[in-house]
Write a protein that binds this ligand. Structure first.
Ligand code: NAI
Ligand code: MG
Length: 356
């Protein structure tokens, strides 16, 4: 087995954590007998913007070719390029052009990671957040009338299509069906948003008929966010529209500790287009260039990527290597109260993958 991986480090600490993500990939490949062909790209970065006046070349799709997946670091350097320019010119192009309609994030409390929720121990928090990534509240349907006057009207529509809603719900039910608890929780607000959200609820009921072994429930988004903090143990897989999923997919990982370890996938499940895996964090200009960033978010993203590519054993080995390293105070980075450098931590994870 050979996988072609487009490696795009981006900006800031993306350039520091990416080599550690790749080190883990290579360790897993040699241990589990597959190979990884890497194609590194310097675009989708603010450096590229400084040289070319654009975040990506016109022909970026041709340059990427047909990779098995995209492995992404972080993009953004607000001192030189405004964030909406860097993000819209890069990541959002991939998500859109490659129809990566699932945004997937695990929420798992690990030993060695301080939990901001009082009294929680590893095992108490272990669920997935599934966000719809292409439609819903983030539409461009709307406009502004009478700008600057007292009669000003601003309007933006939520767009839900049966195709779009059903496919994200099927992905979420499918994921739940593969978990021991088999419980899907849907984020709604059908008491206040009285047209689109009742439709979402209706489709949850309709699709649930295809998954008789999965139980499901729903919460309004307001109490759902409260429950992420108060009762995180009740969740298994949580699915939300674009806006609700956006909120939950930041809140969830925050409830399970540092942003430096959280990974994410932007997934096209059918494989019509490549999927993209990246840490949740950004380019962290405040600590960039010091070799102190936590590489675990990038490494965990490598595990999600391998799982997506069908290398479940390799993914599991990376996860157990992360757990091993987190248990060792001397191998923790500064954000976890340790003194290990990015490279120390990354090398320790790669060693643990080889010997696990
Ligand atoms: P950020 O995630 O880069 O940093 C937030 C805080 O967390 C900072 O104090 C940083 O030092 C810390 N942090 C982040 N990752 C860490 C790691 N691996 N290890 C240790 N500490 C870590 O978010 P911020 O500061 O809001 O954004 C900085 C830039 O990143 C902006 O240009 C923003 O647009 C971009 N960004 C890009 C994302 C992406 O590429 N997906 C996601 C979020 C932000
Ligand atoms: Mg967000």
């Amino acid at each position: 087995r050979t996988y072609d991986i487009a490696v795009i480090p981006g900006d800031g600490i993306g350039k520091e954590v990416m080599p550690e993500g790749v080190r883990a990939l290579e360790a897993a490949a040699s241990r589990f007998g597959f190979s990884v062909r890497q194609q590194w790209h310097d675009f989708a970065s603010c450096d590229y913007y400084a040289r070319h006046g654009t975040m990506m070349p016109e022909d970026w799709k041709q340059r990427l070719g047909r990779p098995s997946a995209l492995f992404f670091g972080a993009v953004g350097w607000p001192d030189t390029v405004p964030d909406h320019v860097s993000l819209w010119g890069s990541l959002l192009q991939f998500r859109r052009e490659y129809d990566q309609y699932v945004n997937l994030r695990p929420v798992r409390l690990m030993e060695g990671v301080p939990c901001p929720l009082a009294g929680r121990k590893p095992g108490d928090i272990d669920f997935w957040v599934v966000r719809e990534n292409t439609e819903g509240e983030y539409s461009s349907v709307g406009g502004r009338m009478f700008p600057g006057t007292a009669r000003e009207i601003v309007l933006q529509e939520t767009v839900m299509t049966r195709h779009g809603v059903d496919r994200i719900l099927r992905f979420a039910f499918d994921l739940a069906s593969k978990r021991p608890r088999k419980l899907l929780t849907s984020a709604t607000k059908s008491n206040g948003i009285a047209i689109t959200m009742p439709y979402w609820d209706e489709r949850v009921e309709a699709i649930s008929a295809e998954y008789p072994d999965v139980s499901h429930n729903k919460f309004h988004i307001d109490i759902l966010t409260a429950n992420f903090v108060l009762k995180p143990q009740i969740f298994d897989v949580v699915v939300g529209s674009n806006l609700f999923g956006d909120i939950l997919s930041d809140l969830g990982p925050a409830c399970a500790g540092t942003i430096g370890i959280a990974p994410s996938g932007n997934i096209n499940p059918e494989g019509d287009h490549p999927s993209l895996f990246e840490p949740v964090h950004g380019s962290a200009p405040d600590i960039a260039g010091q070799n102190v960033a936590n590489p675990i978010g990038q490494v965990w993203s490598a595990a999600m990527m391998l799982d997506h590519l069908g290398e479940a054993d390799a993914a599991a080995a990376i996860m157990s290597a992360i757990e091993t390293v987190l248990k060792e105070p001397g191998l923790r980075t500064r954000d976890l109260g340790g003194r290990a450098s990015t490279t120390d931590c990354g090398k320790a994870i790669a060693d643990a993958i080889r010997t696990a």
